[in-house]
Design a binder for this molecule. Structure first.
Ligand SMILES: [Zn+2]
Length: 425
């Protein structure tokens, strides 16, 4: 009886998928056969995928996975079974398993399942990432204040998702980052269109995992291109459910046996140098991480927080050399391009509490009077101007400012300038 009801529901879903959406569809099915039996074939109601077909599955059991194969016609299946196991980054739930994100050729229209044990109800998600986009990298952004390392120019969301159908969480939470967490995506190391892969991650995280946005703050492809995911200081979904105070960076690829490309590692150095330097974190140090209750390297791998293979058996042992590369990058590259003006910027200014509520306190030793301005990040738009600073500790009302990241700038009569970044909750 249950099967009959479920199949009825499945047919409704297939109908809705065909009529309502051209880029995404769900096929609900049921697979409860004994070992070795082959299902289907099932039809994929999503035509004209481009440049490839992204797919994932959720099954209502704790079965370790199943075999899946694809074909362009119901009569032309090859012996090309692919194993789909649980995704390392999914939210764990008893009796429900989220499978890994996979890619298959765009012409696939049918699939079959083979399992070694009952799998239960399964929902297959298919996603068409859409055609290639053109993007010209911009210039490196200004260094965050207090640090001469610039943020390498990233592809922003509008660049990697120009159709605008991968929106951010409309009400994100923010966090003051203390730890930088390195991941791999455990997906293919070869693709013709990496922005399409990033769009697939967004779809997987939002529509299969059920998260509010793509899980990572940043992503890096094998060509060394940086993508802005959730963005700077936004609370992510990547670190064992203890995401507070972390920044998640995903190096795209599967580094179980392969290692990241030199281009990807170079971009990772630049990104981590920018962030470590801006939060005054020694890349070689460890620090207690409140959310997990663990003492962790400031630059850690996902597996340092919980049981997972991420960032892969070949990549994880490279993290000590990544930390050293970040130190070298800050010392050799960032400081080589710093100017006397930037050294003034590095002078001390403290904003507390951070994250802040309705007011901030500002301390700038050596400056007794000055003008305080606040700017929204990352746009740089002025949101408060001309505050009259009086030391040694000045309290400034920020009620009415929306939650987000802000830069405070203090200038005294001699032109000395100090800056600090803070988060408004
Ligand atoms: Zn991870």
């Amino acid at each position: 009886m249950k099967k009959a009801i479920f199949l009825l529901a499945a047919l409704c879903c297939i109908g809705a998928g065909v009529a309502g959406q051209s880029s995404r569809t769900v096929v609900d099915t049921w697979y409860n056969r004994t070992e070795g039996q082959i299902s289907g074939p099932f039809f994929i109601p999503l035509a004209n995928a481009n440049p490839f077909l992204a797919w994932s599955a959720v099954w209502e059991s704790n079965a370790p996975g199943m075999w899946v194969r694809f074909a362009s016609s119901a009569h032309q299946f090859q012996d090309n079974w692919e194993w789909i196991g649980p995704d390392d980054h999914a939210t764990e739930m008893s009796g429900r398993t989220v499978g890994q994100l996979k890619f298959t050729v765009a012409s696939s229209r049918f699939f079959q399942i083979r399992a070694d044990m009952p799998v239960g109800d399964i929902a297959f998600h298919f996603f068409n990432p859409g055609p290639e986009t053109t993007y010209t990298p911009g210039f490196a952004e200004e260094a965050l204040l207090g640090c001469p390392c610039p943020l390498p120019p990233p592809q922003r969301r509008n660049d990697w998702c120009p159709a605008g159908n991968c929106p951010p969480n409309p009400s994100p939470s923010f966090t003051a980052v203390s730890h930088l967490i390195v991941h791999h995506s455990a997906t293919t190391n070869t693709a013709t269109n990496w922005p399409a892969v990033v769009r697939s991650f967004w779809d997987f995280h939002v529509n299969t995992n059920g998260w509010a946005d793509i899980g990572y703050n940043w992503l890096i492809d094998p060509n060394g291109v940086l993508y802005e995911g959730r963005g700077d200081n936004v609370l992510g979904a990547h670190f064992c459910g203890t995401n507070g105070q972390t920044m998640g960076v995903c190096v795209i690829g599967d580094f179980t046996t392969a290692t990241p490309t030199a281009a990807a590692l170079n971009m990772l150095d630049q990104l981590l140098a920018w962030k470590a330097c801006s939060i005054s974190a020694d890349p070689l140090s460890t620090m207690f991480h409140n959310n997990s209750g663990l003492t962790l390297h400031r630059i850690s791998g996902h597996r340092d927080g919980c049981s997972t293979q991420c960032p892969g058996n070949a990549f994880y042992p490279m993290l000590p050399s990544v930390r050293q590369s970040v130190v070298d990058h800050i010392a050799d590259v960032c400081n080589a391009v710093s100017t006397p003006e930037q050294e003034i910027i590095t002078s001390e200014m403290l904003v507390f509490p951070n994250p802040a509520g309705e007011q901030i306190n500002i301390k700038a030793p050596g400056i007794s009077e000055g003008v305080l301005d606040l700017f929204e990040m990352p746009s740089g738009k002025a949101v408060r101007s001309g505050g009259a600073f009086r030391g040694p500790v000045f309290t400034f009302n920020i009620s009415g400012l929306p939650a987000g990241v802000y830069r405070s700038r203090l200038r005294d009569a001699s032109g000395e300038e100090r800056n600090a970044v803070f988060i408004k909750q």
